[in-house]
Design a protein around this ligand. Structure first.
Ligand code: NAG
Ligand code: NAG
Ligand code: NAG
Ligand code: NAG
Ligand code: NAG
Ligand code: NAG
Length: 621
């Protein structure tokens, strides 16, 4: 049954349309001091923003949030550890790194190496910019006790990598220092060992700081689940050999948060299933299951306490050394996490908000203190951001842009920065906990998250042929798919708008010439068909975009610069262009990796004036 579904958006002033934004790429030179700033980058593993984990980290608040800027619309572009980390350290979307999984053949450290990325990622560029570079913790999955030296990860002045198959063993981790042999730390607490090692490198950096700035990455595995790998052959993991259990806290934190539970939001273990593909077939969880998952949740919060302590340890040491004022500290994670929302067992990899919208807090010279910014930022923006801080030239193959870190830059970005996030996933989904061991195939999708002050959408096209559209302005928990899910796994629907043509969406305030009709309350009602056609074309550009196209995809569709966002694109002059001239995203097959031949048409047509006659949008305003 299809229900009519209207969505509301606050009015958008017509005068705003077409204003151009000179400040767009203006990043302020940051360090007032002549010395290059130091950078400490703390990267947790699988940490959520949406289940309140940050409110359990008082030292993060005290040292970073209160003294820095929180980016509450920060997203990973692939909600899985290894692909996300490779995108983070290369500044490239997963479709351009082709590291799309955690293990070979499509992902993991061996794939990072075989893609040639070991000579083209951030630490190397920062060394070129004059930095000492240090890394402690998990770099990539499938960097193992067997393959760590063939070759070594390049670019680090000092490194202590956590190695598989012991990376996620909280009480039996293996670290591997510089070019030395791996060392096993049986019965010692992984995050605490990691902290000591991080402070050691910090001391190394501080000793030389008068001559050389440093970049230190601290990458604990918390709050990732504990993973014990039974059967492990030469860097290859069999799916059956992995035993997941709740993360293990340090002894001193075991008693904490006994009453805490996963927030019981509307979408937590709902009575009605929703979503598409395998998600729509998940059973409702019984009490045994939700009790266990609450325990899992508490274990995560407890494991995070040791990470919180590291934030204080690092900040205090920087302060004591007198360099805190010339050091940027970043706090983020690789991807988000869900427990129970949409009936999902603990895990990640979905395009739902829990998995993609993640913590990012930054403090440092010139950054506004205690500010929460709404600008849209992604993990592919971080390598450019760090390069800019280091005074290095930005590479022209970055798929992201530097995040502004000054008051003026942040202000200018409010209207100028992109409103989209391109989210990608390939292969199977692995869920965790006692009830989540089932591995579901066909978890390949392309997703587009669009956020502006007037609209907020998630649009997803699955390899099964299913489509999803959520309007988060009225449906913040993503429970009402506006595009009727097809129940079969594989449909040939290629006009997503077509299945929902009678649905309408109240998109924009009155602007002359906008597509669809004006309601008497000064809002424009656009048909779903108009909206979905634009989203599909935008995603078509993004799914194979490179470099600037990834941040400015509307330029590909409208090279004359007349369209800068979804609002502009909804002009009725473009109805035919989007609805009949463009091809639609479709897959011919569900694959476990990025096999271009199975991913249907690629590339979008460009609008040209005169092609369809008609006035240009700007002429009408
Ligand atoms: C491990 O996987 C690689 C492909 O990624 C394969 O070449 C190799 O033979 C496998 N090794 C074992 C022991 O299965
Ligand atoms: C990505 O890598 C896989 C192997 O992991 C390969 O088969 C595929 O062709 C690559 N895709 C692209 C687009 O290069
Ligand atoms: C800890 O890891 C080492 C290998 O690093 C292994 O030999 C040992 O059996 C493990 N201990 C336990 C208790 O699992
Ligand atoms: C609860 O659900 C789990 C997972 O489906 C199942 O294994 C278990 O038997 C159920 N327990 C009860 C008491 O129904
Ligand atoms: C505006 O009018 C439309 C159509 O009559 C209605 O569906 C919608 O709810 C109204 N919106 C507001 C904000 O009142
Ligand atoms: C996964 O997709 C393939 C087509 O790409 C199909 O043959 C297969 O049945 C699907 N598997 C499941 C479990 O849905």
């Amino acid at each position: 049954m299809k229900t009519s579904y209207a969505l509301k958006l606050t009015s958008l002033i017509a005068a705003l349309v077409g204003t151009s934004c000179a400040t767009e790429d203006a990043q302020q030179p940051l360090a007032a001091s002549s010395r290059k700033p130091n950078i400490v980058f703390i990267l947790s593993d699988d940490q959520d923003l949406h289940m309140d984990s940050l409110s359990y980290m008082p030292l993060l608040k005290k040292h970073l949030t209160d003294h820095g800027t929180t980016f509450q619309r920060h997203f990973c572009t692939n909600a899985l550890c290894c692909p996300s980390r490779v995108s983070l350290w290369t500044g490239k979307a997963a479709h351009n790194t082709n590291v799309t999984d955690v293990n070979p053949p499509h992902g993991g450290y061996p794939k990072f190496i075989s893609q040639g990325l070991n000579s083209a990622y951030l630490p190397i560029w920062l060394q070129d910019a004059g930095y000492s570079t240090y890394y402690v913790g998990k770099l990539f999955n499938a960097q193992t006790v067997d393959n760590y030296a063939s070759p070594h990860a390049a670019g680090w002045t000092g490194s202590e990598f956590l190695l598989d198959p012991f990376t996620y063993e909280y009480l039996n981790a293996t670290f591997q220092r510089n070019h030395e042999l791996p060392v096993s730390y049986e019965a010692r607490y992984s995050t605490d060992i990691l902290a000591e090692k991080a402070y050691g490198f910090l001391d190394d950096g501080l000793r030389e700081v008068a001559e050389k700035p440093f970049f230190l990455v601290v990458a604990p595995t918390a709050p990732h689940s504990n993973v014990h790998i039974n059967e492990y052959i030469d860097g290859n993991f069999s799916e059956k050999s992995v035993i997941q259990s709740p993360p293990v806290p340090a002894e001193r934190h075991k008693h904490l948060f006994a009453e805490s539970k996963v927030p019981r939001t509307q979408h937590f273990n709902p009575d009605e299933p929703h979503g598409v593909s395998w998600i729509s077939r998940l059973p409702k969880q019984n009490n045994t299951n939700t009790d266990f998952n609450d325990h899992f949740y508490r274990s995560r919060l407890r494991a995070l306490q040791s990470v919180d302590e590291i934030i204080e340890g690092v900040t205090t040491r920087l302060e004591d050394a007198g360099v805190l004022d010339n050091t940027y500290i970043f706090y983020t994670t690789d991807n988000g996490y869900h427990i129970g929302q949409h009936r999902l067992q603990p895990g990640k990899q979905c395009a739902f908000e829990e998995d993609i919208n993640i913590p990012l807090v930054v403090r440092g010279p010139g950054i506004p203190e205690g500010l929460t910014s709404n600008i849209v930022t992604t993990h592919t923006d971080l390598a450019p951001t760090l390069m800019q801080l280091a005074g290095a030239d930005l590479r022209d193959d970055f798929d992201g842009t530097a995040i502004p870190l000054s008051t003026e830059g942040l202000q200018g970005a409010i209207d100028a920065r992109q409103e989209h996030v391109n989210v990608e996933m390939w292969g199977i989904i692995m869920s965790e906990g006692n009830y989540g061991s089932v591995l579901y195939p066909n978890h390949t999708y392309k997703a587009l998250r669009l956020l502006s002050k007037d609209y907020s959408y998630l649009y997803t096209v699955w390899c099964s042929g299913e489509h999803e559209l959520y309007d988060l302005k009225v449906d913040p928990y993503e429970m009402h798919n506006l595009l009727t899910p097809e129940l079969s796994d594989f449909t040939t629907t290629t006009t997503p708008g077509g299945v929902a043509e009678e649905l309408t969406t109240e998109v924009f305030s009155s602007t002359s010439g906008s597509t669809a009709h004006m309601a008497n309350n000064n809002t424009v009602v656009a048909s779903m068909r108009h909206l979905v056609a634009r989203l599909d074309s935008l995603l078509m550009v993004l799914k194979t975009c490179k470099a600037r196209e990834c941040t400015h995809p509307w330029e590909t569709l409208h090279p004359d610069g007349s369209v800068r966002d979804l609002h502009d694109a909804l002009h009725s002059d473009f109805d035919d262009f989007y609805e009949t001239q463009q091809q639609r995203i479709e897959f011919t097959k569900c694959e476990k990796g990025y096999i271009a031949e199975s991913e249907g048409p690629a590339g979008a047509k460009a609008w040209s004036v005169g092609a369809r006659g008609g006035a240009r949008w700007q002429d009408l305003v």
